[in-house]
Design a protein around this ligand. Sequence first.
Ligand code: FE2
Length: 481
Amino acid sequence: MGFLGSPSVASSYYSSSRVFLYPAAFVFWVLVLMNGAAVCNGGKTSTFVRKVEKSVDMPLDSDVFRVPPGYNAPQQVHITQGDHVGKAVIVSWVTQDEPGSDVVLYWSENCNEKKEAKGKHRTYKFYNYMSGNIHHCTLRNLKFDTKYYYEVGIGQTVRRFWFVTPPEVGPDVPYTFGLIGDLGQTFDSNRTLTHYEHNPHKGQTVLFVGDLSYADNYPNHDNVRWDTWGRFAERSVAYQPWIWTAGNHEIDFAPEIGETTPFKPFTRRYHTPYKASGSTAPFWYSIKRASAYIIVLSSYSAYGKYTPQYQWLEEELPKVNRSETPWLIVLMHSPWYNSNNYHYMEGDTMRVMFEPWFVQYKVDVVFAGHVHAYERSERVSNIVYNIVNGLCAPIRDQSAPVYINIGDGGNIEGLANNMTEPQPKYSAYREASFGHAIFDIKNRTHAHYSWHRNQDGYAVEADSLWFYNRFWHPIADSSSV
Ligand SMILES: [Fe+2]
């Protein structure tokens, strides 16, 4: 659970009888504590201290990177939502030796009649790397809440997978989202994914908050590491959709080697259903899924006034009907609120542009990544500041979202364990560990949230909280005091 009622430092000091034996010492400690309370009334910094070790990518011959057997066998299979409401799925895969077939064969569990959908494929070049044939095919007009099997490949190398479509969109439809960010392909990345797969809460869809492969940490952004990441993640993403957010490690802007098209590998490999929500670029878009309305934003695309992303979001937020989708969730890569010195305030320029809308439209929760640690905020806003009024500190605001930083997938760059001191008031809980989270929607008013360290047992909830919906049940939920 959260940390409601956890004993404060002050009360433990007051209970020490020895203090009362020395009046001067007593006055001294009261003054120290009063001073401390004035500057620091933050939440909890976890006492769990993870051993700091270098994060190392798994070697190329690791079992999780294994190429499926057979000539030209489809690999790196992944799916994502393919429309606005969950009746379509984009299936993507790579054939390395030759194009092969663009067809996906699919059928529902209760019906043996097989259908075919035909997609397209293409390759791309990045410096001295040439990709395999990257296929994308959208399956449309699927039935809600139905298990489908699908096959890709031909001849001896057909591979079969399955997925379950979400229930029809509605206000009280339970649904369980997983949250993963900044995953990479280290031994810890593998541990995090395994923990997600074995979590008893059983996530049905992953909301991925950006930074996939970290291929750009290699010389010339070695895109072989995009391929290995695709094979590593397949064991989850071939069976349930991952909703993609673009992070800074997706930019792959490398003019020093002649690569000047931002997001080239990411956009060639990972498609999003952006057109279905009226977006003009794959980096910002929305989907409905069960009782949730999910808005994905791009920290690395223009968001100033009059820009395409700004205009889109301005028109998008009024469209959210909380009677249909009570839970309004926003994904972005660079967090607006965190208290880690790593990437501190990088998200602030976007916060300045969009935060008043998030409060106006009562966003329930914002998930971000980028900072390689875990943190959960109070419900705060900082929207009254106008340069001259001096009101520049965040304040408690029950119309504001909770901000959760889940950039702790476990990538090669390691943990961000240098936090600002004292812990600011807006920060409810923070810890430098790797892990993932679960957002488990029960109905229109309640969702259970839990964060799971990747070195605990699968069922252990290192941080958890009942979320109360901001539209239907807007009473206080997030609190560290
Ligand atoms: Fe990042």
